[in-house]
Write a protein that binds this ligand. Structure first.
Ligand SMILES: Cc1cc2nc3c(=O)[nH]c(=O)nc-3n(C[C@H](O)[C@H](O)[C@H](O)COP(=O)(O)OP(=O)(O)OC[C@H]3O[C@@H](n4cnc5c(N)ncnc54)[C@H](O)[C@@H]3O)c2cc1C
Length: 442
């Protein structure tokens, strides 16, 4: 059925609509191009219209129109995802959630917000009451909370609170459905797993209730080491040091720090290093630990008041961002190693072809090293060989070179998420082509 978008525009009135082709194109894409595999597959994809609701009622109205005319609908937060999660594969409407951004309330360590709120904006407000977000992606300045739940996994703070999918990290959501009669449903506790990290394939999240963490004065610190293995062991020891309050442990092997041009004064020779966020009262204990590993603190934010960078923006996938700014042939992997020995094995095996970047995070109560390694890309066959070698040798890869939900970190069909989609999106209109289990069934 061809869709008459002039008619749709009339029906959507008075909701804000973007019709300029250039702007639509821009709002149809994300950071998919970090992957040389996704880049050619997605670069031409674009929506027919971008619609920007400001209230939940408007979202409901858009859902009704999409169901009535069977229009594909793709939800977008800030479009900072890396796997084309918010890129429409079959045109239709991109639903830009960025104007649905009210803070409903913040109290006793919980915040209730609309899904399009930027995490930095929310945290500015929670801090006034002595609270901060439990975890944030390195894109927190622009990324939305709804997009983090829909497409993210964890980040700065995950060393203390694990990943977004872990029980307790999301209390409640309101979701607009695309049933014959679209409606709003609420999911609480374990029920939220149905939409958590589902790439927006099974409902439009309009409101979220999240638990917060006590707010601290965090200090950015850079430590250099004589070799990568010392930096790695230091990272694990710091992660396991329960008495040292930290929010970020990001470890980089040579020559990664050469890509951090604005940190050059602290990392002049591309040193093996750790980028850290440590609570101010834990700094003296950190100094002792650094000594034990013969490291050198080259930067402390509290002592260098002239510096104007934010260390967060060199960690997690911002590391890839900086490397690609220097060498666009660099891509990346996402790897769970579970032991330092496995990291060391891969570090020695691949050398500079797979540059080791580790973030420590808590998984099942234990601090583990997770890799966001930088890969010098040559061709798809070689990239797949690298992935296979990791998998054959006991490392788990959450493949960032696919937009299919089940082929990324999940590896399996999530019956909970598929069944929820069957219920709330019976026509398969939301984010088409991203959930393989739905496509197989239909
Ligand atoms: C340089 C860089 C660094 C990054 N660092 C991290 C990191 O540290 N940790 C991390 O987890 N990720 C990271 N990412 C990925 C991404 O930035 C985050 O996951 C971010 O939280 C996504 O938010 P967004 O608002 O941009 O979402 P979008 O990219 O707009 O959307 C992400 C997914 O969620 C869906 N979605 C968005 N809003 C809704 C909604 N209201 N209801 C239902 N579905 C919705 C979309 O359809 C899409 O599938 C990074 C990306 C880049 C480019």
């Amino acid at each position: 059925m061809t869709i008459d978008y002039q008619l749709i525009i009339q029906e959507l009135n008075p909701i804000t609509i973007i019709q300029e082709a250039e702007k639509i194109k821009q709002l149809s894409l994300d950071y998919y191009y970090f992957s040389p595999i996704l880049e050619p597959k997605l670069k031409e994809k674009t929506a027919d219209l971008v619609v920007i609701p400001t209230t939940e009622e408007e979202v409901l109205k858009i859902a009704q129109i999409c169901v009535k005319y069977k229009i594909p609908l793709t939800v977008r937060g800030a479009g900072t995802g890396n796997y084309g999660q918010c890129i429409p594969l079959n045109g239709g409407i991109v639903l830009d959630m960025s104007e649905l951004r009210k803070i409903k309330w913040i109290k006793s360590g919980i915040a209730c917000v609309e899904a399009g709120i930027k995490m930095s904006v929310l945290e500015r407000e929670t801090k006034k009451q002595g609270w901060e977000l439990r975890m944030i992606p390195s894109t927190y300045k622009i990324a939305t909370l709804g997009g983090f739940i829909g497409g993210g996994s964890g980040g700065i703070g995950s060393i203390n609170y694990g990943q977004l999918k872990d029980r307790g990290n999301l209390h409640r959501v309101r979701v607009v459905t695309l049933e014959n009669e679209p409606r709003i449903i609420e999911l609480r506790g374990d029920e939220t797993r149905q939409i958590n990290h589902a790439y927006g394939t099974n409902g439009i999240i309009t409101e979220l209730e999240i638990p917060l963490a006590p707010s601290y004065n965090w200090v950015d610190v850079i430590v250099t080491f004589q070799d990568f293995i010392s930096a790695l062991k230091f990272g694990q020891d710091l992660a396991d040091s329960d008495g040292i309050n930290k929010k970020l442990i990001s470890i980089h092997a040579k020559p990664i720090s050469n890509y951090f041009t604005s940190l050059k004064s602290y990392l002049p020779n591309g040193e093996d290093c750790a980028l850290l966020m440590i609570e101010e009262n834990s700094l003296f204990a950190l100094e002792d630990l650094v000594k034990e590993y013969q490291g050198e603190i080259t930067y402390r934010q509290d002592l260098d008041l002239k510096s104007n960078f934010n260390l967060i923006e060199f960690t997690w996938n911002h590391t890839t961002f900086h490397a690609r700014n220097i060498d666009a042939n660099i891509t990346y992997l996402q790897t769970f190693f579970f032991s330092l020995e496995k990291v060391e094995e891969m570090y020695n095996y691949f050398g500079d072809e797979v540059m080791m970047h580790i973030e420590f995070l808590r998984v099942g109560g234990k601090a583990i090293p997770a890799g966001l390694q930088l890969v010098k890309y040559t061709n798809e066959t070689r990239l797949n060989e690298i992935i296979k070698y990791h998998e054959d040798n006991g490392a788990f890869i959450a493949n960032p070179h696919t937009y299919i939900l089940e082929d990324g970190g999940r590896k399996i069909i999530e019956p909970e998420q598929l069944n929820f989609k069957k219920k709330v999106d019976p026509y398969g209109l939301i984010n088409q082509g991203k959930m393989r289990s739905w496509d197989i069934d239909n």
